[in-house]
Design a protein around this ligand. Structure first.
Ligand code: AMP
Length: 392
C-alpha cells in the first residue's frame, strides 16, 4: 500500500511516500518558498535528486507538481494508487489522543485549535485541503504532535494559575514533538524486548524536548502550552519567569508581539551566544575559546541534565535514555557532557561508541547503571505506520 506522509508549513511542504507495511521509502522531497519569490522543489527518487525552480503560488500548486513528478517518474500510474495520506498536525488540543481519519468535524476542530497554534495549524489545514482537492479518493489521516502527551495526568499538565484559565481558556501543558517521542518509545519497546520499561527520550534538534515514558505512555514532557518551554533551544528561550515579559516591554518600549518574537526567534543558542542558532557553530566557537559559545553550551547541557534528573526521580529509576534529532544524533560532545554530568546516577559513557553520527548505537559501557542510546528519529515513518494501522 502506498502512503504519503506530509508535513505542511506555511511556506513549505515536506513529503515522503512509503510502501507499507514494508516501510520502504519510494520517494521523498520538499517544496519551498510557497507563495514567496524564488520557490521550487527538490525530490529524491532512487538516490537521484531532481531540483526545479517553479512558481508555487500556493499549496495546491505544490501538490500539482508532486502528482506530475510521481506520474512522470512512473512511481504511480494513476492517483488511485495513493491509498492514504497522513498529515502531521501540530495541535490536536486536548481532544485527540491518537491519530484519526479526517472528517469535516475533525478538520473543523483542527481549524479551531489555530488559536493555540497560530503559526502551524492554519498551514496544516492548507496542506490537507490541497490534497483533498487534488487526490480526492485517498483516505486522509491526521497525526498530531500533541497526541502522545495526552496521557499526562492533571497534576502533571496543569500550571499553578487560576483553575479557570484551564477550564475556560484551555491553558495547560500540551507538549510537542509527540510523533518523534512516540517513535522512540515504540522503537525502544522492541529493542528492550519488554512492555514494562522506564525511558527518557531526548529530542534535541533546533527545537528540543524531553519526555518521561513509563510502559510506553508519556507521563511528563518538557514543552508546555506552546513549544517555547523546557530546555534551551536554537532560537527559543525555553523556561523563563513570565515576569520578564512586562519588565522588558517597560524597559525597551517593545510591544508584546516584539518580545514574544524575540523569545521565539532571537533567544536560545542564538540569543546567548550572539553567534548562531546552529549547534555546529556553537561547537566551533567553543574550539575558538568564544566565552559566550562556551556559556551557551553549558546552559544547554544544564537544562537537559535538569530535566533528565527530574524525570529519573519521577519515573522512579530509568532503564534507558535515548538521544535523537539533529543534535542528539550527531553531536558526540553534547552527549558526552550530558552523560558525564549524570554520573551520579551511575551512568558510564563509552567514549569510543559515542563517536557516532546519525546511526543507532549504545553509547554507555556494559557496567553503566542506565543504558544510553543514539536512536535516529523518523517522524515520517511514524506517520505512515499510524496511517497504515488505521486504513489497513
Ligand atoms: P533538527 O531540528 O533535528 O534538524 O536539528 C538541527 C540541529 O542539529 C542544529 O542545531 C544543527 O546544528 C544540529 N546538527 C546537525 N548536524 C550536526 C552535527 N553533525 N553536529 C552537531 N550538530 C548537528
Amino acid at each position: 500500500m502506498k502512503i504519503l506522509a506530509i508535513n505542511a508549513g506555511s511556506s513549505s511542504l515536506k513529503f515522503k511516500m512509503f510502501e507499507m507495511p514494508e516501510e520502504i521509502v519510494i520517494v521523498s522531497g520538499l517544496f519551498e518558498r510557497i507563495g514567496i519569490d524564488g520557490s521550487g522543489y527538490t525530490i529524491k527518487i532512487n538516490g537521484e535528486k531532481i531540483k526545479k525552480e517553479v512558481e508555487l503560488k500556493n499549496h495546491e500548486d505544490a501538490v500539482k507538481y508532486l502528482i506530475e513528478e510521481l506520474i512522470e517518474n512512473e512511481i504511480i500510474s494513476s492517483l488511485d494508487e495513493i491509498e492514504a495520506i497522513g498529515h502531521r498536525i501540530v495541535h490536536g488540543g486536548d481532544k485527540y489522543a491518537d491519530s484519526v481519519i479526517i472528517t469535516d468535524e475533525v478538520l473543523n476542530d483542527i481549524e479551531s485549535f489555530s488559536s493555540l497554534a497560530p503559526l502551524h495549524n492554519p498551514a496544516n489545514v492548507l496542506g490537507i485541503k490541497a490534497f483533498q482537492k487534488l487526490v480526492p479518493k485517498a483516505t486522509v489521516v491526521g497525526v498530531f504532535d500533541t497526541a502522545f502527551h495526552q496521557t499526562l495526568e492533571e497534576k502533571d499538565f496543569l500550571y499553578g494559575v487560576p483553575y479557570e484559565w484551564y477550564t475556560k481558556y484551555k491553558v495547560r501543558k500540551y507538549g510537542f514533538h509527540g510523533i518523534s517521542h512516540k517513535y522512540l518509545a515504540n522503537y525502544m519497546e522492541k529493542k528492550l524486548g519488554k512492555k514494562e520499561f522506564k525511558l527518557i527520550t531526548c529530542h534535541l534538534g533546533n527545537g528540543g524536548s524531553i519526555s518521561a515514558i513509563k510502559n510506553g505512555k508519556c507521563i511528563d514532557t518538557s514543552m508546555g502550552f506552546t513549544p517555547n518551554a523546557g530546555i534551551l533551544m536554537g532560537t527559543r528561550a525555553g523556561d523563563i519567569d513570565a515576569s520578564i515579559i512586562p519588565y522588558i516591554m517597560e524597559q525597551t518600549g517593545m510591544s508584546l508581539d516584539e518580545v514574544m518574537n524575540s523569545l521565539n526567534k532571537e533567544s536560545g543558542f542564538l540569543g546567548v551566544s550572539g553567534v548562531s542558532s546552529d549547534s555546529r557553530d556553537i561547537e566551533e566557537g567553543i574550539l575558538e575559546n568564544n566565552q559566550r559559545c562556551i556559556l551557551t553550551h553549558q546552559m544547554f547541557v544544564k537544562s537537559v541534565v535538569s530535566y533528565i534528573a527530574s524525570y529519573y526521580v519521577l519515573l522512579g529509576g530509568v532503564d534507558a535514555i535515548c538521544f535523537s534529532a539533529g543534535i542528539g544524533e550527531n553531536s558526540s560532545k553534547v552527549r558526552k557532557d550530558i552523560i558525564e554530568a549524570l554520573s551520579v546516577l551511575g551512568i558510564k559513557l563509552d567514549e569510543e561508541a559515542n563517536n557516532v553520527r546519525g546511526k543507532e548505537a549504545l553509547i554507555t559501557t556494559s557496567d553503566s547503571k542506565i543504558s544510553c542510546y543514539v536512536i535516529p528519529t523518523n517522524e515520517e515513518l511514524m506517520i505512515a505506520k499510524d496511517v497504515y494501522n488505521l486504513v489497513k
